[in-house]
Ligand binder design. Structure first.
Ligand code: SF4
Length: 510
């Protein structure tokens, strides 16, 4: 496996000029190249075999003509999962971040070559360690194991220091990591899971004094609510929030509740809040007879709610609410959307009276990025593959999937898939990358690249800094009255008997 050609260009969308050697700059790309910069596609790769095939089809093309930085030989890039690390020459370390890309407009390359293979066969990466590369340099692929994961010396040093602190504190310290965290964070955690699994773990742990929560703020807040009085919960980055959680706050939900109960009467309506929400909304649910749910148990939570009241206000994720409503057989006309900026949420009193499920107009930007076009494209590219998506995706995407479920479900789905199978996943890219590395005998492919920037805020440096400031840095605190009421709604969720439920006819697992 080696470098056959190196090429750079000053302008995007134009063929690149070949050079014999180049300087690759850490977190930037090839020096002087138009595609270098602070993003995830700093360096591009194409196989020389792909270029040769294009030539055989009659295109007059050579190295650099598809705007690839590096042409390689001896590597089947289609078998390399996103997240794989590569050593180029002696020093350069690159992480594969994307396979293929969307072309929105035809550029100079298309007009020169008559076609472009980059959208399908191009590979893109981020530079973790810089250095000089030369034509003919060897390329090594790391396999993801502890010894062969291609980590930089700085990352190894930080991991060593984190492990030393863990060893010194033993059971006094527990690190919880969400599935969407980077691999290097998950590798240092004591427990990985989705928000339901992590909240169960936080509620069950009695011995740890310090709980470090590597996830977003609402999750750490839930851990703080469920923790014991002697426990301290910390989050490595207090700014790691959630866009969806920000789409509903206490004041607008209280206003909506007032408007709705004026129409429905006080005893017809029950609130169900998704875990992805601030503590005071969970407290609101606790005070109004409601319950918290996660994507693992939304069906059970809605059944629980409907056994008590006639109607449910579900917030803040309309898609999880609608997909769950669909799987429970609620008719589309019995589900209405509540727009918090409009009178009666944009509904008539009559529509509210007829509705069973009132869905807050919130959504996850990471999961609504998956589109029907992506499903069609992937089905054509990987015939026979299974597509599994998260229920925060739109109902159109869910309807076309083979399976739908929480992140915990998706992990089990891949683990249980037969060796040799291809699974296309519609959820956050860090989980997809890790699954691809952890299950090398299955092909795990992202439905589309979609990264949660909030989850990504937590890195090794911040984790180490938090551990070096135990009990002090970014301590997550919830006022007593909010904690008391929110705990009522969270405890109701934890007491739900787990059942195997169905979502749109597809098996979903708690
Ligand atoms: S993936 Fe979506 S719902 Fe989850 S933390 Fe990120 S923005 Fe929030």
């Amino acid at each position: 496996m080696k470098i056959e050609s190196i090429a750079v260009s000053k302008k995007k969308g134009t063929p690149k000029t070949r050079v014999e050697e180049a300087l690759i700059v850490r977190e930037h790309g090839l020096e002087g190249d138009a595609h270098a910069g602070k993003w995830h596609r700093q360096v591009s790769f194409l196989t020389s075999e792909s270029i040769e095939r294009a030539r055989e089809c009659g295109l007059e093309v050579g190295f650099g003509d598809f705007a690839e930085n590096i042409a390689t030989s001896g590597i089947d890039w289609m078998k390399i999962p996103v997240g794989t690390r590569l050593k180029l020459g002696k020093d350069v370390l690159v992480e594969v971040t994307q396979i293929g890309k969307e072309c929105h407009a035809r550029c100079a390359i298309y007009y020169k070559t008559g076609d472009c293979i980059m959208p399908k066969e191009g590979i893109f990466g981020r530079v973790l360690e810089g250095g000089r590369i030369h034509v003919g340099d060897e390329i090594r692929i790391f396999d993801g194991s502890e010894q062969g994961d291609g980590r930089s010396p700085e990352e190894k040093e930080i991991s060593k220091r984190v492990k030393a602190i863990k060893e010194r504190l033993g059971k006094e310290l527990i690190i919880l990591t969400h599935h969407y965290q980077r691999k290097e964070i998950v590798d240092l955690g004591d427990f990985r899971g989705d928000s339901f699994g992590l909240s169960q773990r936080a509620a069950a742990d009695r011995s740890a004094k310090y709980i470090i929560f590597c996830g977003v703020h609402f999750m750490a807040e839930s851990a703080a609510i469920l923790s014991q009085d002697h426990q301290i919960v910390q989050i490595p980055d207090a700014e790691a929030g959630c866009w969806m959680a920000d789409m509903a706050d206490k004041f607008v939900v209280e206003r909506a509740w007032e408007g709705l109960t004026l129409v429905t009467g006080p005893d017809a309506l029950l609130p169900v809040v998704y875990m992805n929400s601030d503590a005071d909304l969970k407290a609101f649910c606790g005070r109004h007879g409601g319950i918290v749910c996660t994507s693992s148990n939304a069906e059970d939570a809605l059944r629980w709610g409907f056994s008590r009241r006639e109607k449910i206000l579900f917030f803040p994720d309309q898609h999880l609410g609608r997909n769950t409503g669909n799987s429970l057989g609620i008719a589309p006309e019995e589900m209405i959307l509540w727009d918090p900026h409009r009178e009666l949420g944009g509904n008539s009193a009559d529509q509210i009276r007829k509705a069973k499920l009132i869905l807050w107009d919130g959504y996850c930007l990471v999961h609504t990025r998956f589109k029907v076009e992506h499903m069609e494209e992937m089905r054509a590219r990987y015939p026979g593959a299974k597509i599994v998506v998260h229920p925060e995706c739109t109902q159109e995407v869910v309807a076309l999937a083979d399976a739908v479920g929480s992140t915990g479900y998706i992990v089990k789905y891949v683990e249980n898939a037969p060796p040799g199978s291809t699974i296309i996943i519609g959820t956050e890219i860090n989980l997809v990358r890790r699954l691809a590395l952890e299950c090398p005998d299955r092909r795990v492919v992202p439905l589309h690249d979609s990264l949660c920037p909030n989850m990504y805020k937590i890195d090794l440096n911040k984790l180490l800094w938090t551990l070096e400031n135990l009990g002090k840095a970014n301590v997550v605190e919830v006022p007593d009255d909010i904690r008391r009421d929110a705990k009522i709604a969270l405890d109701r969720m934890l007491e739900l008997a787990p059942t195997q439920s169905k979502a749109n006819g597809k098996r979903q697992q708690a």
